[in-house]
Design a protein around this ligand. Sequence first.
Ligand code: UD1
Ligand code: CA
Length: 461
Amino acid sequence: MSETALILAAGMGTRMKSRLAKVLHPVLGWPMVRHAVAACQGAGLSVRVVVNHQEDAVRAALADCGVAFTRQPEPRGTGHAVLSALADLPAEGTLLVLPGDAPLLRTETLLALRAAHRGQAVTCLSVVLADGAEYGRIVRDDGPLRIVEAAELSPPRRAALREVNTGVYAFDLAFLHAAVPTLRPHPPKGEVYLTDLLELAWAEGRAAVVVHDGDPAEVMGVNDRWALSQAEAALGLRLKQRWALAGVSFQDPAGTRVEVEVSLAPDVTIGPGCVLGRGTVLEEGVVVGPHCVLSDCRVGAGAEILAHSVVDGATVAAGAHVGPFARLRPGARLEEGARVGNFVEVKAAVLERGAKVNHLSYVGDARVGAGANVGAGTITCNYDGVRKHRTDIGAGAFIGSNTALVAPVSVGDGAIVGAGSVVVQDVPADALALARGQQVNKPGMARRIRARNEELAGKRG
Ligand code: UD1
Ligand code: CA
């Protein structure tokens, strides 16, 4: 049977000053608590999460993660959170406990703590910081080995103690079952502190504190929005470094955001100011120009996404071209060699091989056949105010500029639609459709109008 990790995620997170529970605040595309879950699962641990505040939303955010939940009846401190879960935990063995607000924690660090734990009752993970801020302090120099919360220390003592509690521990479960019910609330808030267990274990000669010697950012606890932004920056740096070492070029790494669940192949190039959101998959050699926003999309080998394009829920095949200033919405699919140019929006539509929509168009709920050319300013009028309808454009068709295709409508293979047409009837294959007012030329009329205007201006002047 696998060992268990308990993630404490029932707190309000008052310092976030938010309607949203702290552990649900997103960190690079995942709710914060999900990062802790992933780190534990990476270590092969089965995970139980303690919930209370916005319990339903926390459960929903982790619904597909395969974790178990315990309800803390009310958030009365980290010790009380573990007390609430005791009945759901194994009677013996080892338990790792983590806060839900440490999104940078890595699997490797959990495994190292687990390995260091051996026969202790409590092994606490600490870190040495230049400024320990609000963290609980490890006190080794006077009396028992223990953790004292920052608020309970005088300012000089707080400044002098630089080794802090990360809130990550390994426990002997038999000890935990015996000791947690003996914890007493701390005035003035009446919270029960999990940290008090260190001193109890020390009294039995079974307490250890191991110092995290990696990047201190990894064990940071996110208590407020500033720490949240720093956590995103630090995790982003880690992800970008990993992709860069795997063969991806970032032209401006600091100005680029890369979220979780992104996959980038070697020789991908990312221009400055891009956002690669969760679910972005870029195959080998894809070039993304400056200031593009991508999410939940797949872009095939060698395709180009030029500057200022937005791609969400779309598939772009190898060798296709998108942008600059293009918008691909969910259900857009570009086949090999298709082109979508500036100020073009595509939604729930397929552009077959080599089809082109190069300028100022809206293509929604449509098929554009292979090699078809859709002229500048063409609109598929897919919505009648109640329902959406489809437009079908055949292979090799040519749609003149500024055409309105009033769906449902189809244009057959090889047909031509004259510029400025409003197409309300199907166009047969190879036909020419003209659906616009007849042009009338009146010889000399412009000159006569001008003369008349000048005469009128002369009378007034
Ligand atoms: C805690 C530690 C502190 C440590 C710091 C590390 C205590 C008393 N203090 O302080 O020593 O330096 O973490 O980041 O443990 N939670 C519950 N139920 C509750 C209260 C909290 O599940 O009743 C959860 C929160 O949702 C959060 C985690 O426990 O994910 C930690 O709580 P938080 O209030 O952030 O503790 P800190 O004040 O940061
Ligand atoms: Ca915290």
